[in-house]
Design a protein. Structure first.
Length: 289
């Protein structure tokens, strides 16, 4: 897992931080999954390469991960490290296919008409990863599938609210066009980083939708599987706190300094999650307000 571990550690992402709560075998497995997700996402986001070339690269990643899922030898070194994990935890190709479709969407789709379109995208790039992750974590109750879907959508909507400025710099607006019209916010305002009270109302509405999914995740996770989902629950806690910070900042992400959680804050959340796990407190610490 040398390359997978190195890529995970280098990323310093919220997802990678959550792995610290896992036993070594599952931590390595999640590093391999994360490395794959990071690799295909980087392909989609590499604007210096032509869209057609990136599309070809994603096709190659799809075919290579198919080899790993079919117990054949993949060509890419990350997938070679990942192959044993795929076989051990029986990770299905269909979920990798959904993830790659989500990445391909970023090559061709710059606007989302409504929440139905946006939530399909969220399912592909986030919930599908959650569904793969719970296979590695292990679970007893199939309700965990719904939990992974809800939490994935909550995390991705939080990401979208945080990254509005960066996405707009690439000409991309994830906030649904129907919601922009509803709150009288023009595309030009988003693209030009113009903050307004109307934008605040728009973002607050999207945040309410994210909160709805956090709440569904909280209510759906079966009691018997809460310990197994400790890393996912940490992710829920970190992104919930990020959403609350965005809310306190009135969702103004257009300034010079990005709104994000500090590393000490994240470390405190990790410690709190570990303590809750150690003393047997299995109730989520997100999704209530």
């Amino acid at each position: 897992m040398q390359h997978s571990r190195a890529l995970t550690q280098k990323s310093a992402s919220n997802l990678a931080l959550a792995f610290i709560l896992l036993p070594r075998e599952k931590r390595d497995a999640m590093s391999a999954l994360y490395a794959f997700c990071r690799a295909v996402d980087d392909v989609a986001d590499e604007d210096s390469i032509s869209t057609e070339k990136r599309r070809e690269q994603l096709v190659s990643w799809r075919e290579d991960i198919r080899l790993a899922c079919e117990n054949n030898t993949p060509h890419f070194i990350l997938n070679q490290e990942f192959a044993s994990v795929i076989q051990q935890f029986k990770l299905p190709f269909a979920l990798f296919e959904e993830l790659i479709r989500g990445c391909e969407t970023d090559l061709e789709k710059m606007r989302y008409e409504n929440y139905e379109e946006l939530e399909l995208y969220c399912y592909r790039v986030a919930s599908a990863v959650g569904l793969l992750s719970i296979e590695i974590f292990g679970y007893q109750n199939p309700a965990c599938h719904d939990y992974a879907i809800y939490l994935g959508k909550a995390l991705q909507l939080t990401n979208i609210l945080r990254d509005v400025k960066n996405d707009a710099a690439r000409g991309r607006i994830y906030l649904p066009s129907s919601e922009l019209k509803k709150f009288n916010v023009s595309e030009a305002e988003i693209l030009e980083s113009k903050y307004s009270d109307n934008y605040f109302q728009l973002a607050a509405s999207v945040a309410d939708r994210a909160k709805h999914f956090y709440s569904l995740a909280q209510k759906t996770l079966p009691l018997e599987d809460r310990k197994a989902m400790v890393a996912a629950e940490l992710m829920g806690s970190v992104y919930w706190q990020l959403l609350l910070k965005l809310e306190r900042g009135r969702f103004n992400v257009f300034g010079a300094q990005p709104l994000k959680l500090s590393k000490p804050h994240k470390l405190v959340l990790i410690l709190q999650s570990w303590l809750r796990f150690a003393i047997g407190l299995n109730s989520p610490n997100y999704g209530t307000w």
